[in-house]
Design a protein around this ligand. Structure first.
Ligand SMILES: CC(C)(COP(=O)(O)OP(=O)(O)OC[C@H]1O[C@@H](n2cnc3c(N)ncnc32)[C@H](O)[C@@H]1OP(=O)(O)O)[C@@H](O)C(=O)NCCC(=O)NCCS
Length: 212
């Protein structure tokens, strides 16, 4: 992987990678500050995640959420083959953001209908509010549509996700299996009419179990 930035040596074992991330945590922050000081012009590209990105994605997620839970979730979903869409935002080769979509099933007494869930998404703390998250969401939705997916759910802030077309899922009779504040569980259709007749309880992949 390129010099500097959120990059790591690549020990072969996952546990060693994680140990490496923890040990190199301070250098992550140092490098982020150095980027600001250099006033590197932002040339952010969004592209599919590659295997070489995994450690940097872990670190971006850990730094953004301030804990390892979401980073571990990304690893679990990827390992289970449930990362339907996984995109990174890269600036001069350095990973600054990540978004993942995984399968969700909307279960009802009738036929279930399939959806994808947007989560987690992370942007490096010192690169937030530059539009990188929005770029990831838009490109992610485009990619889901391109792959033939028709509905996307998200649990998050209504004001943020509303700008991408998400509406409260309760309006179409979809509720979340997890407790969610009013309006925080949202859905968007990727094909007109795709939400017609799709109602019930949205169930995420079991890899989400235990995440608070
Ligand atoms: C959420 C996140 C990915 C947004 O990335 P970003 O690159 O800052 O997003 P953008 O620059 O496209 O948009 C920033 C806007 O979203 C708003 N925003 C971001 N997170 C928000 C939140 N939790 N609640 C309300 N508004 C939020 C900001 O206030 C800002 O508003 P503005 O455009 O009016 O200034 C980033 O803040 C992050 O990594 N947060 C920590 C992890 C997290 O909460 N992930 C989402 C849940 S999975």
């Amino acid at each position: 992987m390129g010099e500097g930035g959120v990059t790591f040596s690549s020990p072969k074992e996952p546990w060693a990678r994680r140990e490496g991330c923890r040990l190199r945590w301070p250098s992550c922050a140092d490098v982020s500050m150095r980027e600001d000081m250099e006033h590197v012009p932002p040339k952010v590209v969004v592209r599919p995640e590659e295997p070489d990105d995994h450690d940097a994605v872990y670190c971006v997620s850990q730094l953004a959420f301030g804990r390892r839970d979401e980073a571990d979730l990304v690893d679990r979903l990827r390992a289970a083959g449930k990362a339907i869409v996984s995109l990174v935002a890269a600036d001069a080769g350095r990973i600054v953001g990540h978004i993942l979509f995984s399968p969700v099933s909307v279960k009802s007494s009738g036929a279930d209908c399939s959806a994808v869930g947007l989560a987690p998404m992370a942007v490096l703390p010192n690169r937030q509010r530059e539009g990188i998250g929005s770029f990831l969401v838009r490109r992610g939705l485009d990619e889901c549509r391109r792959l033939g997916h028709e509905r996307v759910v998200v649990l998050g802030h209504p004001e943020y996700y509303g700008r991408f077309g998400f509406l409260p899922a309760s309006r179409v009779g979809i509720r979340c299996e997890y407790d969610a504040p009013e309006g925080a569980f949202m859905v968007v259709e990727l094909r007109p009419g795709a939400l017609n007749g799709c109602a019930g309880t949205a169930v995420y992949a079991p890899e989400f179990g235990g995440l608070e």
